[in-house]
Write a protein that binds this ligand. Sequence first.
Ligand code: C5P
Length: 236
Amino acid sequence: MSDTEPRIIVALDYPSEEAAWRLIEQLNADMCRLKIGKEMFTRLGPDFVRRVIGRGFDVFLDLKYHDIPNTVAAACEAAADLGVWMMNVHASGGRRMMESAMERLARHASHPRLIAVTILTSLSQEELTEIGFPGTPEENVLRLAALAHDSGLDGVVCSPREAAPLRQRLGGDFLLVTPGVRPASASLDDQTRVMTPADAISAGSSYLVVGRPITAAPDPLAALQAINAEIADIPI
Ligand code: C5P
């Protein structure tokens, strides 16, 4: 990471392409990156991703692959062929799945980043036990993040509350990509365990995924600029 690269990834969670473009046209690639997830990808497909990349934006394709190693490696290669900057898999797919994906991407000319989802923050302790994961959510996050690190991945998606222990345990180069970020003045929406952008970066987050505080703001560009200003002086 360099001091000047954008650390905000704006989550494009829109039901229509028109709504997404109304936002994208106000932004530029020096200020932020963009995240395209399952809803927009399923509605609009790879052409939408190509069009966004064609406007000069780095795209995080948030499709959370989880399948047998060969299938996930092939899907990651297809995402790399699209030109995405970052993509993700579920760490619970296991070491061989993550290593196969990394090996395939290492051979790709564009070298996109591959990160892992550890435990979905929506899962309660009871649900985690029900699907056969003993221990607390925090213990599972640390264990799966360490597995992603050992499997050669570039980083993990994590809650800002987990950033400090993960940074301490997994070192300075491992990317920590954190949603659940809210400027002090913003609505919490349905997020519960939030941190401000400055606190999340200070705790060790590499990139912040921010949706509604920007996409639902009366002036999205001003909201993004305010967040960038809040984190500008915090060293990496
Ligand atoms: O609008 P908001 O800032 O809450 O959007 C956050 C984005 O990060 C959404 O795209 C959401 O799906 C994603 N996300 C999250 N919490 C997680 C993982 C992903 O909010 N634990």
